[in-house]
Write a protein that binds this ligand. Structure first.
Ligand code: ZN
Length: 86
């Protein structure tokens, strides 16, 4: 007397929940304040006009300063008080 083999097929209903964590990646190297993009930027070190897309920026006393080049930025950072208007 053979017993029939019971094939038990378990169908697991696996719900794959894909959570999309759409974190906004902010490019830390280029930060442009919204109001300064429209204006003509002036390098406080050499007084040169700068295009916003090429500007080097740094933040000093919560104010963003724009520079024509990395060397001007370094001059500013060396003596910020010399270039900051009060
Ligand atoms: Zn400059």
């Amino acid at each position: 007397m053979k017993k029939s083999i019971l094939a038990i097929i378990l169908i697991g209903s696996a719900t794959i929940a894909i959570k999309s964590n759409a974190n906004t990646i902010i490019d830390g190297t280029k930060t442009y304040p919204a109001d300064s993009v429209k204006k003509v930027l002036v390098d406080p070190v050499c007084k040169m006009k700068i295009k916003p897309n090429t500007a080097k920026t740094t933040v000093y006393n919560k104010i963003t300063y724009n520079f024509c080049s990395e060397s001007c930025k370094q001059k500013f950072l060396a003596e910020p008080a010399k270039y900051v208007k009060k």
